[in-house]
Design a protein. Structure first.
Length: 91
């Protein structure tokens, strides 16, 4: 679980990079012909997940802290999100 928010907030302003990537990958009826943005990187092995944030190998905002420390689900501006980059104000 990376983000908890009311659905209108989640779709209008996703905070977690993985939430953003997933929503960007959804085809939109009014944007036919628009290239979808796939979720980049390799899917982690569920038997041997990466250390730290399990999304860090696929995240464009990951740093050394993300690789070493699993983020807690914290309330930030009324939304619960598990992301060091959001917590630190980097995104």
């Amino acid at each position: 679980l990376v983000e908890l928010a009311p659905k209108q907030d989640l779709f209008a302003n996703p905070r977690h990079p993985y939430t953003r990537m997933l929503l960007d990958a959804i085809p939109k009826m009014h944007d036919t012909g628009r290239a979808r943005t796939p979720v980049s990187g390799e899917v982690p092995n569920p038997l041997y997940p990466p250390t730290g944030c399990t999304f860090h190998p696929r995240c464009p905002h990951a740093n050394d802290r993300c690789k070493a420390e699993r983020p807690a689900l914290l309330e930030i501006q009324g939304i619960k999100v598990a992301c060091h980059a959001v917590e630190e104000g980097r995104i």
